[in-house]
Design a protein around this ligand. Structure first.
Ligand SMILES: *[C@@H]1O[C@H](CO)[C@@H](O)[C@H](O)[C@H]1NC(C)=O
Ligand SMILES: *[C@@H]1O[C@H](CO)[C@@H](O)[C@H](O)[C@H]1NC(C)=O
Ligand SMILES: *[C@@H]1O[C@H](CO)[C@@H](O)[C@H](O)[C@H]1NC(C)=O
Ligand SMILES: *[C@@H]1O[C@H](CO)[C@@H](O)[C@H](O)[C@H]1NC(C)=O
Ligand SMILES: *[C@@H]1O[C@H](CO)[C@@H](O)[C@H](O)[C@H]1NC(C)=O
Ligand SMILES: *[C@@H]1O[C@H](CO)[C@@H](O)[C@H](O)[C@H]1NC(C)=O
Ligand SMILES: *[C@@H]1O[C@H](CO)[C@@H](O)[C@H](O)[C@H]1NC(C)=O
Ligand SMILES: *[C@@H]1O[C@H](CO)[C@@H](O)[C@H](O)[C@H]1NC(C)=O
Ligand SMILES: *[C@@H]1O[C@H](CO)[C@@H](O)[C@H](O)[C@H]1NC(C)=O
Ligand SMILES: *[C@@H]1O[C@H](CO)[C@@H](O)[C@H](O)[C@H]1NC(C)=O
Ligand SMILES: *[C@@H]1O[C@H](CO)[C@@H](O)[C@H](O)[C@H]1NC(C)=O
Length: 422
């Protein structure tokens, strides 16, 4: 396999590109014009055929999603009750001796581990060049298309500042791809499909990953479709769909309205990220750890849900843990609702603004069939939204040991694939 290893400091890309224009007289019509090829890319071999995860959730305030299990009732959504009885015991203060770090200590390596030491860098920039080296692309999808199938080497795709208006998909046959952006406010991949425009919530995703061992750093994934309006159907607009195993995101942004991150399946690590949305902001049946991540709700005058986790049985190791981040924004939000009978979500050492409905959690849409099966826990959270007094009786006040357990990298088997650099 022929390879082009380019090692150029960041600041020289533009100079390099300019030189390329000046020096090259060989037109190369192949670059930059074929990002629409996503439309014909094959469906994921790992895409779930499991009806419990294949059906997108619908907003709290529109017609209910098909229930995740045949036994679940079809009762329409009842928004979380704003009224609750006030028990006399105040919430326990967080333990000052708790072992979860509140400042980053060990930073897992941001590159996937591969036995190969060969690394190839492909460069993506917004400016359209019809000349130049093979390794400069004007669309992210073109660069991904250039990665050979079944590669064992690491491919780094450097995406320079700019907004890339395209839909991107990484097939399962292309592991070990790393995206490196120029900062989440600078490198933005954006599209505006919706469940209506594509026929399914999952297909609305701007960026889809079916491959294992994917890493992204300092990139924003956006779905720019209009905000969901109360009563509207089909407005689901996924920014990222992550269905590959062992994926890591550092310093990334995820921006949409409804269903921002489809954390579909596999083990995933998010760190120092920013996630914005209103309904079911993070949903799916992934097994994921979100560290030091800000979640911004835009559910201003409507009920919103931060998560909709889809664990379907107690045999599954899936769930979402949030540690050391914050929940900010507007609206009347719950922390999670059951998108699977055994839905599992933990918030630990998280600052919560006064935008959390006191009940905290909902078993909708699985309702009574799942009562007692969800595993929703909190520990050591702070801020006005973290008051446990009004919470549903079946949420779990985690012990220190449980909180440490669920917030450790071992929750996502991190030692297998996230190597530490202290
Ligand atoms: C769907 O998931 C459930 C729970 O893990 C499992 O029992 C069932 O076999 C799965 N169905 C399919 C079609 O994969
Ligand atoms: C992903 O990486 C892990 C560990 O580095 C490795 O065991 C696994 O085989 C890789 N997966 C693929 C599909 O290459
Ligand atoms: C990549 O691997 C898949 C699955 O093993 C195989 O079907 C495909 O032909 C391979 N592609 C190449 C280019 O070797
Ligand atoms: C990501 O961006 C932040 C802030 O702009 C910067 O401090 C950091 O070094 C960047 N990290 C990587 C891996 O690009
Ligand atoms: C991105 O912009 C927002 C809003 O201006 C700012 O709060 C944030 O710190 C910026 N993030 C980075 C990594 O530059
Ligand atoms: C996406 O944006 C384009 C251009 O503004 C517009 O024509 C199209 O209708 C939008 N699609 C959706 C689903 O909103
Ligand atoms: C989606 O399509 C349905 C049926 O055509 C329509 O009622 C609804 O308003 C559409 N939603 C959006 C967000 O366009
Ligand atoms: C929030 O309010 C803005 C303007 O006030 C509106 O455009 C937007 O649709 C609202 N969002 C929701 C989720 O209701
Ligand atoms: C929010 O919704 C309520 C009930 O639908 C309505 O009475 C109120 O005017 C709305 N407020 C804003 C700011 O849109
Ligand atoms: C929690 O909420 C209850 C009921 O609103 C209130 O009485 C109590 O003072 C709150 N606790 C804290 C620590 O704010
Ligand atoms: C620790 O977490 C694992 C899953 O990562 C779970 O199987 C185990 O029951 C947990 N142990 C405790 C004491 O919570």
């Amino acid at each position: 396999m022929a390879e082009h290893v380019i090692l150029i400091p960041n600041s020289r890309y533009v100079i390099l590109a300019a030189m390329v224009v000046l020096l090259s007289s060989m037109p190369d019509p192949c670059h930059g014009q074929s990002w629409w090829s996503w439309a014909s890319s094959p469906p994921s071999p790992s895409a779930s055929t499991n009806s419990s995860t294949a059906t997108p959730p619908s907003p709290l305030y529109t017609s209910p999603a098909p229930p995740p299990s045949p036994s679940a009732p079809t009762t329409p959504a009842t928004p979380p009750s704003p009224t609750f009885s006030v028990p006399s015991t105040p919430a326990a203060p967080p333990s000052p001796t708790f072992g979860v770090p509140t400042t980053p200590s060990t930073l897992p390596s941001s590159a996937p581990t591969t036995s190969s030491t060969t690394s190839t860098t492909l460069i993506v920039m917004t400016t359209s060049f019809f000349f130049g080296p093979e390794t400069i692309y004007t669309s992210v999808q073109d660069a991904i298309d250039a990665v050979p199938e079944n590669n064992t080497d690491l491919y780094t795709i450097e995406i320079l500042s700019g907004t890339y208006t395209e839909k991107v998909s990484i097939p399962a046959t292309k592991p070990f791809i790393t995206l490196q952006g120029a900062g989440r406010n600078n490198t933005i991949i954006s599209y505006n499909d919706t469940a209506n425009s594509t026929g399914s919530t999952m297909k609305s995703a701007t960026f889809t990953v079916f491959a294992a061992n994917f890493t992204a750093r300092n990139v924003t994934f956006q779905n720019s479709a209009p905000h969901a309006v109360a009563g509207e159907t089909g407005a689901q607009a996924v920014a990222l769909r992550i269905a590959g195993d062992m994926a890591a995101f550092y310093g990334c942004g995820f921006i949409s309205s409804q269903d921002t991150i489809c954390d579909e399946e596999g083990r995933h690590y998010f760190r120092d990220c920013y996630v914005e949305g209103n309904i079911d902001i993070i949903w799916g049946n992934g097994q994921s750890l979100y560290e030091y991540t800000q979640i911004q709700s835009t559910a201003n005058n409507s009920s919103g849900s931060i998560t909709a986790q889809g664990r379907a049985s107690d045999k599954e190791t899936t769930g979402f843990t949030f540690v050391g981040g914050s929940i900010t924004g507007t609206g009347d939000n719950i922390l999670g609702r059951a998108y699977g009978l055994y839905s599992r979500v933990f918030f630990i050492d998280t600052y919560m603004e006064d935008i959390i409905n006191p009940v905290g959690w909902s078993d909708w849409p699985t309702v009574t069939a799942s009562k007692g099966h969800e595993h929703y826990g909190e520990y050591g959270n702070t801020g006005p939204g973290a008051n446990l007094t009004g919470r549903v009786s079946w949420m779990v006040k985690l012990t220190e040991a449980e909180a440490a357990n669920f917030s450790s990298l071992s929750f996502i088997d991190g030692s297998l694939w996230l190597s530490s650099q202290t």
